[in-house]
Design a protein around this ligand. Structure first.
Ligand code: TEU
Length: 570
C-alpha cells in the first residue's frame, strides 16, 4: 500500500537513478534480440539491459525510466500515442520485461513516467475526440470561438495555449506543444481510463510512478483569462487548480492504495504548503519535485535571461524545504534531470574543479533529508555541451524559444542569444552518456541522434571506474553512506552559518547521532568555524572529496576549493 503516514517504507534510504533511454545506450548490433534497433544511433531498452550490471554496481535502489511509450516524439516521449505499448525504436514489450526482470533480479525497483496531463495529438482518444466520436467527445478541453483563442493563456513552450482544429472546428487547450493536447480531467471517463492504465502497469510489477506535471491536471472552472504576465499568462488557472487534490485522492483510493509503490509528483510552481497537501503525512502521493532551486539563476520575466545565482539564496531555498517538510513531508532531491542543464556546469565549476565540484554537489544531494535522484551521467560529472550552431539543438522547448526570439527586432541572429541557449537548453542533459573514449563515446556504433559532448575522451564511465578518485567511486560511497547511516536519512536538518557567502554547512540531528556536512562552494579556499554552541565529542570523518588529515577537527578547518566533508559528531 502506498503510504499515507510516516511509517517506514522501502524507499526511505533509497537512491533513484533516472534513465533517459534515448540517450543512455544504443544496443550493439551483435545483440541478436535487437537487430532492427541496434546501432541506429538512438538509445533503446536492450541498450539499458546491456548496462544492468553497471546500474547495480553503482548501488542505486530504484530506476526511474522516462517515457518509453509509443510516441511521435515531438517532445521525445512526453507526447504519448499509446500508453500500453513501447516505441518501436526503443524495443518491444518483451524487451521492457527483460529490463524489469533484470532490475528486479538485482534488487533494483523500476518506476515509470506517468504522463497524463496531456497525450499526443496522435493518440487514438484525440483522433476520435476531434471527430466527435463517442465516448471521446469530451476527452480534451475543446472550446468553440469565432474570434481567436478562447482565452489569453500561454503555453509553457511559448505562444498561445490554444490551437484551432480544422476537423472539429474548435480550439483545443495545450499547456505544452500544440501536439500535446490537455486531457479533460473533469470528465470521469478520462480519469477512469487513466486509472485503468495505471493498474495495467502496476499489475506488470512496476514499482511506482513519476507523475509528469501532475499539478496541472485541473483548470479553473470556466477557463477565465489570466492576469497578463510576461512569463506564462494563465498559470494561476492551471497550476494547482481547484481539483488537483481531489483527483489525486481519487487516484490514490482507486489505484495506489492497492500497491506498495513509490509515487513522486513533478509539480512546477508549488509551495511548501502545497507539497504537504499533496505528499505530507495524510496525502495521496509520497513526494514531490518542486522547482524553486531551478529558478535561482532564471530571469523573472524571461526564464532564459540567466544571471549568476547566490549561495545564500540556494541555502535559503533548500532550508525552506528541508524545514518545511519536517517531519510531515519528504523531499525529492535533485540538482539536474532531462529538463535542466548539467549540475556541474550550473552549480559547480566544469573546468578546473569539475571533479571536486561534482563530488561536492553529490554530497549535498545525498546528505539532505529526502530521496536523492541521480540523473544519468551525473555520476561521472558530465558537463554542459559546447553546441556550435543552432542546428544542433533538437529539443522542442529550445527550438520554440529560438524561433520566438529571432522574430524580435532586438535579436539579429542566433549569436545574440547563443550563450543563454547553450547554458539553459535541455539538450545539455540529453547528449549521449559517455561510456568510453572510443567513437561516439561508446554510445552507438551508428550515427548518434544528438551531438556527443567532445569531452568524452576525458570524461567517460570506463576511465571513471578505473580511477578510484573519480566522481563515480565517490557516488558509490555516497550511496552506501545513506544505506549505512540512518542519521543521513531521517535526521532533522539544521542550517549553520546562513549568511556565509561561500560555505554551506548544516547538521543532521538524529535520535542518537548527529552528522555535520561542510561544503565550500568556491574556487578559493575558505575558513570554516563551527559555531560554539555546536559540541563535538568524538568526530569521525565519514567522507571527503580531498585527502584529510585524520587529526583535523571539524571545529575549525581551512577548506580547499569545492571541498566537501561529512562527519559524524558523536
Ligand atoms: O516538464 C515540465 C516542465 O515544467 C518543463 O516545462 C520544465 O519546466 C522545462 O522543461 C524546464 O526547461 C515535464 C517533462 O519533464 C518535460 O520533459 C516535458 O517536456 C513536459 O513536462 C511536458 O510533458
Amino acid at each position: 500500500m502506498t503510504s499515507t503516514s510516516n511509517a517506514p517504507t522501502w524507499w526511505d534510504d533509497a537512491v533513484v537513478y533516472q534513465i533517459y533511454p534515448r540517450s543512455f545506450n544504443d544496443s550493439t548490433p551483435d545483440d541478436a534480440t535487437a537487430d532492427a534497433i541496434a546501432g541506429d544511433g538512438v538509445g533503446d531498452i536492450p541498450g539499458i539491459v546491456e548496462k544492468l550490471d553497471y546500474i547495480a554496481d553503482l548501488g542505486v535502489d530504484v530506476v526511474w525510466l522516462t517515457p518509453v511509450y509509443d510516441s511521435p516524439l515531438n517532445d521525445y516521449g512526453y507526447d504519448v500515442r499509446d500508453y500500453r505499448s513501447t516505441l518501436d525504436e526503443f524495443g518491444t514489450m518483451r524487451d521492457w520485461e527483460r529490463l524489469r526482470d533484470g532490475l528486479h533480479e538485482r534488487d533494483v525497483r523500476l518506476i515509470m513516467d506517468l504522463v497524463v496531463n496531456h497525450t499526443s495529438s496522435e493518440h487514438e482518444w484525440f483522433e476520435r475526440s476531434r471527430r466527435k466520436e463517442d465516448p471521446y467527445i469530451d476527452y480534451y478541453v475543446w472550446r468553440e470561438s469565432d474570434d481567436g483563442p478562447p482565452n489569453n493563456w500561454d503555453s509553457l513552450f511559448g505562444g498561445p495555449a490554444w490551437t484551432y482544429d480544422e476537423v472539429r472546428g474548435a480550439y483545443y487547450l495545450h499547456l505544452f506543444d500544440e501536439t500535446q493536447p490537455d486531457l479533460n480531467w473533469t470528465n470521469p471517463a478520462v480519469r477512469e481510463d487513466v486509472y485503468e492504465m495505471m493498474r495495467w502497469w502496476l499489475d506488470k510489477d512496476v514499482d511506482g510512478f513519476r507523475m509528469d506535471v501532475i499539478n496541472f491536471i485541473s483548470k479553473t472552472d470556466g477557463l477565465p483569462d489570466g492576469h497578463p504576465s510576461e512569463v506564462v499568462t494563465g498559470s494561476e488557472h492551471f497550476i494547482n487548480g481547484p481539483h488537483v487534490e481531489e483527483y489525486l485522492w481519487e487516484m490514490h483510493d482507486e489505484v495506489l492504495a492497492d500497491y506498495d509503490v513509490l509515487t513522486v509528483g513533478e509539480m512546477p510552481g508549488i509551495s511548501v504548503e502545497d507539497a504537504l497537501a499533496y505528499a505530507g503525512t495524510d496525502a495521496p502521493l509520497d513526494m514531490v519535485f518542486h522547482f524553486e532551486h531551478m529558478r535561482l539563476d532564471e530571469g523573472e520575466a524571461d526564464p532564459w535571461n540567466f544571471s549568476d545565482w547566490k549561495l545564500t539564496d540556494l541555502k535559503e531555498t533548500f532550508t525552506l524545504w528541508q524545514e518545511g517538510l519536517y517531519p510531515d513531508g519528504w523531499n525529492a532531491l535533485y540538482l539536474n534531470n532531462h529538463d535542466q542543464p548539467r549540475m556541474v556546469s550550473r552549480f559547480g565549476d566544469d573546468e578546473a574543479y569539475r571533479v571536486e565540484s561534482a563530488k561536492l554537489l553529490g554530497t549535498l544531494l545525498h546528505t539532505l533529508r529526502g530521496t536523492p535522484f541521480v540523473y544519468q551521467g551525473e555520476e561521472i560529472g558530465m558537463t554542459n555541451v559546447p553546441f556550435e550552431s543552432v542546428d544542433e539543438f533538437t529539443d522542442v522547448e529550445t527550438i520554440r524559444y529560438v524561433e520566438r526570439m529571432l522574430e524580435r527586432d532586438d535579436v539579429e541572429n542566433f549569436d545574440d542569444i547563443g550563450d543563454a541557449v547553450r547554458y539553459g537548453s535541455r539538450d545539455n542533459a540529453r547528449t549521449p552518456v559517455q561510456w568510453n573514449d572510443s567513437a561516439n563515446a561508446g554510445f552507438t556504433t551508428g550515427e548518434p541522434w544528438l551531438t556527443v559532448n567532445p569531452n568524452y575522451t576525458e570524461i567517460n564511465v570506463e576511465s571513471a571506474r578505473a580511477d578510484t578518485d573519480s566522481v563515480w567511486h565517490y557516488y558509490r560511497r555516497l550511496i552506501d553512506l545513506r544505506h549505512d547511516h540512518d542519521v543521513l536519512v531521517s535526521g532533522r536538518y539544521e542550517l549553520l552559518l546562513p549568511d556565509h557567502p561561500e560555505i554551506y554547512a548544516y547538521l543532521r540531528r538524529g535520535e542518537e547521532q548527529r552528522a555535520l556536512v561542510v561544503l565550500n562552494f568556491s574556487t578559493e579556499p575558505s575558513r570554516f568555524e563551527l559555531p560554539e554552541e555546536v559540541s563535538v565529542d568524538d568526530p569521525t570523518l565519514l567522507l571527503a572529496n580531498y585527502d584529510v588529515d585524520a587529526q583535523d577537527s571539524p571545529a575549525g578547518v581551512r577548506l580547499r576549493p569545492y571541498e566537501a566533508r561529512v562527519y559524524l559528531l558523536d
